[in-house]
Write a protein that binds this ligand. Structure first.
Ligand SMILES: C[S@@+](CC[C@H](N)C(=O)[O-])C[C@H]1O[C@@H](n2cnc3c(N)ncnc32)[C@H](O)[C@@H]1O
Length: 251
């Protein structure tokens, strides 16, 4: 089941990295065709995606669905509803994100589908691994968004093995809104550098009339911190425009 769900997502990443113009144009076509009939169009694209698993349909659904949050039913069919207040990211902005991601990752990233434990076995000290597992807060509430729940203990054991092998990794995990934290922090013995990134106002907090920002937790492995020398705030609050400059310079 995990692979059935992740396969289309990884095919989407493959398209973004290797054929960015094609996927950006396909998104633009879908986005423009929806105008004036957004609700029915979403349902039609969702039905097409559930039949064909094509990446451009998934990209459109991700841009239009509620809280950009992927949900599948027990038969592996995408069943998230549309956010009827929004049309989804404009094609120009989407193209910019796609081209920037491609410039950063093309020729440097490997796309594979499978259980993370298997994928991590192949990783080498010269690689940089970015992990974005299902959030603990989500798992502990047994949110159906993620069918395969990641066991915290097993996951931290994998991180320990990565440390033993001197692997550079970045992990986004849990976070907090106002003073409400999601999930427990990573164990101290992993010696990770923990940084909180201000991700702006959470939509949930805004709806409830609260003035809280959401903070995403990022953890850096000791091998990565040693490799980049030291961690400054600049590394972590880099603006999208700077990112595109880095990409153009091949950083
Ligand atoms: C927060 S999402 C990551 C989204 C990703 N950053 C992206 O931009 O596409 C967490 C992902 O972990 C996947 N996942 C859950 N359990 C996994 C496992 N045991 N091995 C590999 N991936 C897993 C889920 O299917 C989901 O796609």
């Amino acid at each position: 089941m995990l692979n059935d769900i992740n396969e289309p997502l990884m095919r989407l990443w493959e398209s973004i990295i290797e054929s960015p113009e094609t996927i950006a144009s396909a998104y633009q076509r879908l986005w423009k065709s929806q105008l004036g009939r957004e609700r029915e169009y979403y349902d039609a694209v969702r039905a097409k995606f559930n039949k064909t698993r094509k990446p451009h349909y998934l990209l459109y659904l991700l841009a239009r669905c509620v809280k950009a949050s992927v949900r599948y039913n027990s038969e592996g069919k995408f069943n998230q509803s549309p956010d009827n207040r929004r049309r989804g990211m404009s094609p120009d902005t989407m193209r910019w994100h796609i081209l920037t991601a491609s410039r950063l990752l093309n020729g440097k990233a490997t796309v594979t589908v499978g259980d993370y434990r298997k994928t991590l076995e192949a990783v080498q000290p010269e690689d940089v691994v970015y992990m974005d597992p299902p959030y603990q807060g989500v798992c502990m509430n047994r949110d159906p968004r993620y069918i395969n729940l990641l066991e915290f203990e097993e996951f931290t054991a994998s991180l320990r093995r990565l440390n033993e092998r001197q692997i550079s990794f970045i992990l986004s995990y849990d976070g907090k809104t106002g003073d409400k934290s999601f999930g427990k922090p990573m164990p101290k013995e992993l010696d990770l550098v923990h940084i909180e990134i201000d991700a702006g106002r959470s939509s949930q907090a805004t709806l409830l009339g609260r003035n809280h920002n959401t903070y995403e937790s990022i953890y850096l492995s000791p091998a990565l911190v040693e490799r980049i020398g030291k961690v400054s705030k600049r590394h972590l609050t880099i603006a999208p425009k700077q990112l595109s400059l880095l990409a153009q310079n091949g950083a």
